[in-house]
Design a protein around this ligand. Structure first.
Ligand code: FE2
Ligand code: FE2
Length: 131
């Protein structure tokens, strides 16, 4: 396990919390496949993880718009940056099939980003939106 779901801060909206837990689960599944160096499941698990994250970003953005959250542009900009990095990661994986690069991205980029992003933007956004 790379990320214990309990390490992701709980926020004031249960949909956000449930989605964050699902994302942590997807990250862990991909990470286990990377450790086993199984390339075929990695293709599928990487795609699944990216879909899960991007889908969640969209949900948050819709809820921010509906509730006219003042921080929408800043919060969305952070999502946009990560969307771009995930897209590049997926392209890179398809061409290089480099397991170490994927693993490094999860360990050094995605997981620290997720924890920080949730503690900052998702937390303040959920407090604004409520349950
Ligand atoms: Fe989130
Ligand atoms: Fe977010």
């Amino acid at each position: 396990m790379l990320i214990d779901p309990a390490e992701i801060q709980k926020v004031a909206n249960m949909f956000f919390n449930a989605a964050h837990e699902d994302i942590a689960h997807s990250v862990n599944q991909l990470y286990e496949a990377l450790k086993r160096k199984e390339k075929a499941p990695i293709d599928e698990l990487l795609e699944e993880m990216i879909f899960e994250i991007v889908d969640h970003f969209e949900m948050e953005e819709e809820m921010m718009k509906d509730s006219e959250f003042f921080g929408y542009p800043m919060h969305k900009a952070e999502h946009d940056q990560m969307r771009k990095e995930l897209y590049e990661l997926s392209e890179e994986w398809k061409s290089s099939r480099d397991i170490e690069k994927l693993r490094t991205f999860l360990e050094e980029k995605l997981v620290p980003w997720l924890k920080l992003h949730v503690a900052q933007w998702d937390s303040i956004t959920a407090t604004h939106i409520g349950d």
